[in-house]
Design a protein around this ligand. Structure first.
Ligand SMILES: [Zn+2]
Ligand SMILES: [Zn+2]
Length: 147
């Protein structure tokens, strides 16, 4: 997974290309998501950005995420009964959620079988693949102590 650092100019340009007006809050939120590929919630993003941006409000983080999502620059990830999480990795990929530590890992998916899963006449545009289990670290320490 690439973890390239984006400059303000690059983030600015990406937003303009996506038809989104770059605002300071949007740039900070997108940069945070590009840097932290752990699928944070809106609240976590807000708490992480707040110390450096005392004027940032929770509402502006939520609004920025909504705008970035509409422009296709981030995608939301719904977990069972959990708060919505966000991902700046918008290409098709699967998620592995560890039931013990709660970490969410990205994994690549074979291209183009979304269409093969659909009945005739349905047009697939996006798929969400979510797998639950134990991450390697959790599987190692005490996989036998059933939770
Ligand atoms: Zn784990
Ligand atoms: Zn992801």
């Amino acid at each position: 997974m690439k973890t390239s650092e984006y400059s303000n100019e690059q983030l600015d340009q990406r937003m303009r290309n996506a038809g989104l007006r770059p605002s300071s809050a949007r740039i900070h939120v997108l940069r945070y998501l590009e840097k932290h590929r752990n699928h944070p919630t809106a609240d976590r993003i807000y708490k992480a950005l707040r110390p450096d941006l005392p004027s940032l409000s929770r509402a502006s983080v939520y609004n920025s995420l909504a705008a970035l999502e509409r422009s296709g620059l981030v995608r939301p990830l719904t977990m069972d009964g959990d708060e919505l999480r966000y991902d700046a990795h918008v290409e098709d990929h699967g998620h592995f959620c560890c039931e013990r530590c709660g970490a969410i890992h990205d994994f690549p998916l074979a291209p183009s079988d979304a269409a093969a899963l659909c009945p005739d006449g349905f047009l697939a545009r996006r798929r969400d693949v979510l797998v639950w289990g134990l991450c390697p670290g959790c599987a190692e320490d005490g996989a036998d102590c059933a939770k």
